[in-house]
Write a protein that binds this ligand. Structure first.
Ligand SMILES: NC(=O)c1ccc[n+]([C@@H]2O[C@H](COP(=O)([O-])OP(=O)(O)OC[C@H]3O[C@@H](n4cnc5c(N)ncnc54)[C@H](OP(=O)(O)O)[C@@H]3O)[C@@H](O)[C@H]2O)c1
Length: 319
């Protein structure tokens, strides 16, 4: 079969022949229909993700670990559970039957492939318990996941949405999606600190954090009072680290800021089915837009390094 193949750590995938995977007991053959390429896939290829070991040990290997495809009877399913060197960026995949889930009617395969980032944005409710009327801050709102988070915060009834990004034109797109207040993180430390404080109003109830690094370090400083005062809780959901893998977190800031930090996966084991159904309903009735850029598998080498997607998820389709 044809596949996108990584020959060595960090390399760009090459479109070439690769041996077909064999189907064993309990497994199913999938004809791949759509695969979203995300930052996590690039990090696994680069060897910088904590799960990269098995992929790196199996090189040459096919990247991406899930996707949308058709069972032999034509049913459209989401699939995962691939074992390196096999990944989903290929014409075919073999996975355990238990790692497939039927995709509801009315959702295009390319959009279905990108649903996971919307499920992640649902962590504002599943992990942080977002209630209607609350103020939400979205760090990294100009990215694919951030734009979905802005829409989802609005759909979940957020009272006010503050959005950060580093490009004014992209931030205007985010305003059109429902953000009330925009903050550009390229400002100096003092200016950014001031912006976080000025736009907090009565406080940020929930933060969806796709950035971490410098912007979140400054946010935490902005939440830390400079007088003896009781501060309301700010429930921060840690989702991504586009601006850096670490922050400096002082004991004082944790003691006094009201900051509570949750991982995006909190409560997902019990909340996933409801979150998934909610996202599917919003997409089906047109309330939630998932922007995708589809490219054929044969064009993977050029597509892998594209930097012009501006909030659209790269989705690889057959061809
Ligand atoms: N845990 C999960 O399930 C899950 C799911 C989806 C995403 N994520 C994570 O969330 C993060 C965002 O994902 P994505 O798919 O939305 O990525 P994306 O489309 O590439 O967006 C990245 C965002 O971060 C900003 N950014 C990038 N580098 C930055 C820097 N050095 N300083 C400040 N801002 C920076 C981008 O700004 P520009 O628009 O100006 O480039 C954009 O807003 C990634 O870390 C990803 O791994 C996690």
């Amino acid at each position: 079969m044809k596949a996108a193949v990584i020959e060595r750590a960090g390399a760009t995938p090459v479109y070439r022949d690769f041996p077909d995977p064999e189907v064993h007991d309990g497994e199913v053959l999938i004809t791949v229909a759509a695969v979203a390429v995300e930052n996590v896939d690039r990090a696994i290829v680069a060897g910088s993700h904590y799960t990269a070991g098995a992929f790196q040990a199996a090189l040459p290997a096919i990247p991406c670990f899930d996707g949308i495809g058709r069972l032999p009877d034509g049913t459209l399913v989401g699939f995962g559970g691939l074992t390196p060197p096999y990944g989903s960026l290929a014409e075919r995949a073999v996975v355990p039957a238990a790692y497939t889930a039927t995709i509801p009617d009315g959702i295009e395969p390319a959009v279905a492939a990108a649903l996971s980032s919307a499920i992640t944005a649902m962590s504002m409710r599943t992990a942080a318990g977002l209630e209607p009327g609350e103020t939400v801050l979205i760090q990294g709102a100009t990215g694919v996941a951030g734009r979905l988070a802005v829409q989802i915060a609005r759909l979940l009834g957020a009272g006010r949405i503050v959005a950060t990004g580093r490009d004014d034109a992209a931030l205007e797109d985010v305003a059109a999606l429902g953000a009330d207040t925009l903050i550009n993180t390229t400002a100096s430390d003092d200016e950014l600190l001031r912006s976080f404080r000025t736009h907090a109003g009565d406080g940020y109830d929930v933060v969806a954090d796709f950035l971490w690094g410098r912007p979140t370090e400054l946010l935490v400083r902005a939440l830390t009072p400079e007088t003896f005062a009781f501060h309301q809780p700010t429930r921060l959901v840690q989702i991504g680290e586009s601006a850096g893998p670490a922050i400096r977190l002082t004991g004082e800031s944790l003691r006094t800021s009201g900051l509570e930090v949750y991982g995006a996966a909190r409560n997902l084991a019990t909340g996933m089915a409801t979150a998934y159904q909610q996202v599917v309903d919003w997409v089906s009735n047109g309330e939630l837009t998932i922007a995708v850029e589809t490219v054929p598998l044969s064009q993977i080498a050029q597509a892998w390094t594209r930097t012009d997607l501006r909030g659209r998820r790269l989705v690889v389709v057959p061809g």
